[in-house]
Design a protein around this ligand. Structure first.
Ligand SMILES: Cc1cc2nc3c(=O)[nH]c(=O)nc-3n(C[C@H](O)[C@H](O)[C@H](O)COP(=O)(O)O)c2cc1C
Length: 154
């Protein structure tokens, strides 16, 4: 399964993702991650900075689901796949860590990351888009600005 340009663009526009994992008994765990990116067209990478349960679950059970939403456009994607964890001893670590380090800035050193090989991708849309087909993005953005009491920086 490949990421297309729309998914790439929305990853860049989404401030947070939510990474869901499960332990060997199937108990779910979900937590937010800000430092995440696409790596090529078939992988998502996530910084493992302060997420011990996520890391332990991935070690025990690689099946994960990651979702992200552009809160202004109110659109996003849900990605399911198989995850593993890379540390500096892994040959693929340095290039991926550099991508995440650029997002994190100097405050956090990326010493571990999760790599998610993408199996399935599906859209997430606010219900207004499906239930009121005349809804357009500009209207949703204006409504989100009002909800969050923010306005765009000129
Ligand atoms: C806004 C926000 C962004 C975060 N970004 C990350 C991140 O990129 N990587 C990380 O490991 N933890 C991040 N965290 C911290 C974890 O979500 C948090 O420590 C959580 O309790 C970890 O839970 P877990 O061990 O069940 O995954 C972030 C938390 C918040 C509130």
């Amino acid at each position: 399964m490949k990421l297309n340009a729309t998914v790439h663009e929305l990853i860049g526009a989404s401030v947070l993702c939510w990474l869901a994992t499960a332990d060997t008994d199937g108990f779910p765990n979900v937590s937010p991650k800000e430092i995440f990116a696409a790596c090529g067209d078939d992988e998502i990478i996530v910084a493992s900075i302060a997420s011990p349960v996520t890391a332990a679950n991935i070690a025990a059970n690689p099946k994960v689901c990651l979702s992200f939403v552009d809160v202004f456009r109110q659109k996003g994607f849900k990605i399911k796949g198989l995850a593993d964890s890379l540390d500096p001893s892994h040959a693929g670590f340095a290039a991926r860590a550099a991508t995440l380090q650029a997002l994190a800035g100097p405050k956090f050193e990326i010493t571990s990351l999760h790599r998610i090989k993408i199996a399935r991708i599906s859209r997430i849309l606010a219900p207004s888009y499906s239930q009121y087909p005349e809804t357009d993005e500009a209207e949703m953005i204006a409504s989100a600005y009002a909800t969050y009491r923010v306005s765009p920086v000129e």
